[in-house]
Design a protein around this ligand. Structure first.
Ligand SMILES: [Zn+2]
Length: 436
C-alpha cells in the first residue's frame, strides 16, 4: 500500500534544517519512499491532505514510567515522595494488570501528542511491551532492577531474569527493543549494576538508569570522593550502552567523561523543575557532543506525557539559568525532541523525514488559536503549540491518530478498563492521605 501525505509544511530535521513549504511524502512498507515539493504523485492508494500543517518526524520520549498513570496528581508537592509513599505503595498494591492497562492508556496519550517512540522503565515490562505493541507505539521497554522488594520481583535476580526473558522474546522485533533498566546509582548494588551491564553488552542494547538526580545521591558519592558518573565509570557502565536519566548535577569532568565514553543522556525538564531539583547543565552537554533527548518522566513525576511541555520548559529554564535569550533557538529544541531523542536511543533510521527512514511522523495543525501567524514554524512548535494541536500521527507507516483522534481504540474505553483494575490501589493509597 502506498500512502501519500500532501500539502504539508515539511520540517525534515536534516543537517541543514531543510523545509519544504508545499511538500508531499509517500510511505510504503513502513518507510518514507519519496518526498518532494509541489505536484505530487498520482498513483497513491490513499491520500491525506495535511492542509498546510507542520509535518515533522515523530517526537521521541527518552524516559518514561508509562504505567504509572494511577499515580498521577498524587503528592505532587510532597518532598521525598519516592521514599515516603511511592515505593511503599508500589510494593503493596501494584499489579500486572495495572502495568498493562496503565501502559495502554499512556501509549494512547503519547500517540495523541505526537510521540511515536518511547523508552520506558517499570515493573511487569513484558506486559508493558505487549501494550505498546498493541497500540502501535515504537518502544524501548526495560524491567526495573532494584535491590529492594518490588512488584513482580522480591529480589533483583528475579528482575534480571525478567529482563533476559524480555530481551529473548522481542529479539529482532521491528517495534519493541528491550533495554536494561537498573533503577539508579544508589538503589542497586555494584554487583547487580555489573550484571546489568553484562546483559546490555551481551544483547547489544541500552542500559538506562536515574543518575545525578537526588541530593542524597550526590551527598552519598561526595562523601566517597566520587560523583555518580565516576562511580558508574569505575564499574564499567559509563560507555556507549549508557542512557543516563536526569543528569541534573553533572560536573564538567562528568560531562567530559561521558562524551569521551560515548554515553547518552535523557533530560527531563518538567519533572526536574517540578521537584525543585535543579536545571541540568545542558548547554555544556550539548557543546560536548553527547547525544541527548527529552524525557517526560512518568505521569507521576512529569504529569503530562507530551514533549510540547518539555520543549517549552527546557527553553525557559535553560535561558533563565544561563541568562541568555539566544541559547537553544527553537529549531534546535525541536531537533532535540525528534532527531536528538532518536540519536540518544541509538536509532539510525528515525528522527528525520528522509527517504528510507521509518515513517514515524507527526502532523501539527496550524488551525489552533495560538498557531497564527507562523513566521517561524519551530517557534510555533516550542512556544505556541500543545498536544491538542496534533492532528495526525503515523508510526511505521500506519495512521494511529487522525483528526486528533485515535484510529483504532477509544480513549474513554481505555480509561474505563484501567479504572476497573484500580480499586485496590486506590484503597491502599488511603493510608497516605495526609501527604498525598
Ligand atoms: Zn524516572
Amino acid at each position: 500500500m502506498k500512502r501519500l501525505l500532501k500539502n504539508a509544511w515539511i520540517l525534515t530535521m536534516d543537517d541543514q534544517y531543510t523545509e519544504i513549504r508545499n511538500g508531499w511524502i509517500t510511505v510504503e512498507n513502513g518507510r518514507i519512499s519519496a518526498l518532494g515539493e509541489g505536484l505530487e504523485p498520482s498513483d497513491a492508494d490513499e491520500v491525506t491532505d495535511c492542509c498546510g500543517g507542520l509535518l515533522l518526524p515523530g517526537f521521541v520520549n527518552t524516559h518514561c514510567h508509562a504505567s504509572m498513570i494511577p499515580f498521577r496528581t498524587m503528592g505532587d508537592d510532597c518532598p521525598d515522595r519516592l521514599r515516603r509513599f511511592l515505593f511503599p505503595l508500589e510494593q503493596e498494591a501494584w499489579t500486572e494488570a495495572l502495568s498493562y492497562l496503565g501502559a495502554k492508556y499512556a501509549a494512547a496519550e503519547m500517540l495523541l501528542s505526537g510521540i511515536t517512540t518511547a523508552a520506558d522503565m517499570y515493573y511487569f515490562e513484558d506486559r508493558v511491551a505487549d501494550a505498546f505493541a498493541e497500540m502501535g507505539l515504537r518502544a524501548f521497554p526495560g524491567e526495573t532492577v532494584i535491590c529492594q522488594r518490588a512488584p513482580g520481583s522480591d529480589v533483583p535476580e528475579e528482575a534480571l531474569r525478567r529482563s533476559r526473558e524480555l530481551l529473548e522474546k522481542w529479539s529482532g522485533n521491528e517495534w519493541i527493543h528491550p533495554i536494561i533498566a537498573p533503577h539508579g546509582t544508589t538503589t542497586v548494588t555494584p554487583e547487580i549494576l555489573q550484571a546489568c551491564q553484562y546483559l546490555a553488552e551481551k544483547y547489544s542494547t541500552l542500559l538506562t538508569l536515574h543518575a545525578c538526580e537526588m541530593d542524597y545521591e550526590m551527598r552519598y558519592f561526595r562523601e566517597k570522593g566520587m560523583t555518580p558518573i565516576s562511580y558508574l565509570d569505575s564499574l564499567g557502565l559509563c560507555g556507549p550502552h549508557l542512557l543516563a536519566v536526569h543528569c541534573i548535577h553533572l560536573s564538567p569532568e562528568d560531562i567530559a567523561r561521558m562524551a569521551d565514553r560515548g554515553a547518552h543522556i535523557s533530560t527531563c525538564p518538567g519533572s526536574n523543575t517540578k521537584a525543585g531539583k535543579g536545571v541540568a547543565p545542558i548547554r555544556d552537554v550539548d557543546a560536548s557532543g553527547i547525544a541527548f533527548g527529552f524525557g517526560t518522566d512518568g505521569p507521576s513525576s512529569g504529569n503530562t506525557l507530551n514533549l510540547f511541555d518539555q520543549m517549552r520548559l527546557f527553553a525557559v529554564s535553560q535561558k533563565t539559568v544561563c541568562r541568555d535569550r539566544s541559547l537553544f533557538p527553537a529549531r534546535k529544541i525541536v531537533r532535540i525532541a525528534t532527531r536528538g531523542g532518536a540519536e540518544a536511543l541509538g536509532m539510525t533510521d528515525a528522527g528525520q523525514i528522509r527517504i528510507g527512514f521509518r515513517a514515524d511522523l507527526t502532523l501539527v495543525s496550524l488551525d489552533g488559536p495560538s498557531m497564527f501567524p507562523v513566521y517561524n514554524p519551530y517557534s510555533a512548535l516550542v512556544y505556541g503549540a500543545g498536544a491538542s494541536d496534533v492532528s495526525l500521527v503515523m508510526t511505521g507507516g500506519e495512521i494511529r491518530v487522525r483528526n486528533g483522534q485515535l484510529t483504532a481504540v477509544c480513549l474513554k474505553d481505555l480509561r474505563e478498563e484501567l479504572e476497573s483494575v484500580m480499586p485496590s490501589f486506590r484503597n491502599a493509597a488511603k493510608k497516605y492521605a495526609d501527604i498525598i
